[in-house]
Design a protein around this ligand. Structure first.
Ligand SMILES: NC(=O)c1ccc[n+]([C@@H]2O[C@H](COP(=O)([O-])OP(=O)(O)OC[C@H]3O[C@@H](n4cnc5c(N)ncnc54)[C@H](OP(=O)(O)O)[C@@H]3O)[C@@H](O)[C@H]2O)c1
Length: 213
C-alpha cells in the first residue's frame, strides 16, 4: 500500500519507518528541515520524502501526525485529497500541550472529518506514546499483543487501518464510530500521563482482555 506521512516527527517518523519495514511504500513529508526528511527516508526500506502534495499523490492512506495548530497548514499543502483514507493520531491539544481544546460534544477527529469531508477519517495510534512503537513492532511475533483502539465511520477505511495497526504489532480494537474519539482522545491523555509522569517508563502500551471470551 502507498502511505503518505503528513508530519514526520516523533509519531510520523516512527510509524512511517515501521510501515516501510512492514513492506509499504512510504513518503515522508512535512518537517522543518528537508535534511530530516531525507534521513528518515534513508533509514526506512524503499521510502522516499517529498512535499505534502507529493506524499498525498496516489496515496492509499495518509497518516496525519502534526500538532493541532499545524492541521490547516499541512492539509492546505497536501492539496485536494479525494481517495486516500486519512488516519489521524493528532490530538486536539492547546499550544502548550496541557489540555484538549475540543471535547465532550465533539472530538478532534470529528472536527478533522468535517474539514476534509468527504474524505474518510479513521482515528488511530494517538492512544500510545511514540516511545513504545519500535518495541511493539519488535515483539510482534509474540502472543498477547498490546491493544490499540481505533474508530471511524467507514467500514472499508477501518479495515485498511486495522491492517496497518496489525503491521505495527498491535491488536486492533474497533472502538466504533468516529464520534467515540470523544472517549479515545481523553484516554490518550491518561496514557500520556502514565507514560511521562508515572513511575514507569514511557515505553507504555495497554491491553484489553475479554475475560469471558
Ligand atoms: N509524541 C507522542 O508520543 C504522541 C502520542 C500520541 C499522539 N500524539 C499526537 O500526534 C501528533 C504529532 O505528535 P508528535 O509528537 O509526532 O509531534 P512532533 O514530533 O512535533 O511532529 C510534528 C511534525 O510536524 C513538523 N512541523 C511542525 N511545525 C512545522 C512547520 N511550521 N513547517 C513544517 N513542519 C512542521 C515537525 O517538524 P520537525 O520534525 O522539524 O520538528 C514534525 O516533523 C500531535 O497531534 C500529538 O498530539 C503524539
Amino acid at each position: 500500500m502507498r502511505i503518505g506521512i503528513l508530519g514526520s516527527g516523533l509519531m510520523g517518523g516512527k510509524l512511517g519507518t515501521l510501515f516501510a519495514r512492514a513492506g509499504h511504500e512510504v513518503v515522508f513529508s512535512y518537517a522543518r528541515s528537508d535534511e530530516k526528511l531525507r534521513r528518515l527516508a534513508c533509514g526506512a526500506p524503499g521510502a522516499r520524502c517529498g512535499t505534502p502534495a507529493e506524499a498525498a499523490r496516489e496515496a492509499d492512506a495518509l497518516l496525519l501526525a502534526v500538532h493541532w495548530s499545524r492541521l490547516e497548514e499541512v492539509l492546505q499543502q497536501a492539496g485536494k485529497l479525494t481517495r486516500a483514507v486519512l488516519i489521524s493520531c493528532s490530538l486536539p491539544m492547546n499550544a502548550d500541550d496541557t489540555a484538549l481544546v475540543v471535547g465532550h460534544s465533539s472530538s478532534g477527529a470529528e472536527e478533522l472529518a468535517r474539514m476534509v469531508h468527504p474524505l474518510r477519517v479513521v482515528s488511530a495510534f494517538g492512544t500510545v506514546p511514540s516511545e513504545v512503537l519500535f518495541s511493539v513492532f519488535d515483539a510482534r511475533a509474540k502472543p498477547a499483543r498490546p491493544s490499540l483502539v481505533y474508530c471511524g465511520d467507514d467500514a472499508a477505511a477501518k479495515e485498511l487501518c486495522a491492517g496497518l495497526i496489525r503491521d505495527v504489532g498491535f491488536d486492533p480494537v474497533d472502538a466504533g464510530p468516529l464520534r467515540n474519539a470523544r472517549y479515545t482522545e481523553p484516554f490518550s491523555l491518561l496514557v500520556a500521563h502514565l507514560a511521562y509522569e508515572g513511575t514507569g517508563s514511557p515505553e507504555l502500551a495497554y491491553r484489553f482482555e475479554d475475560r469471558a471470551g
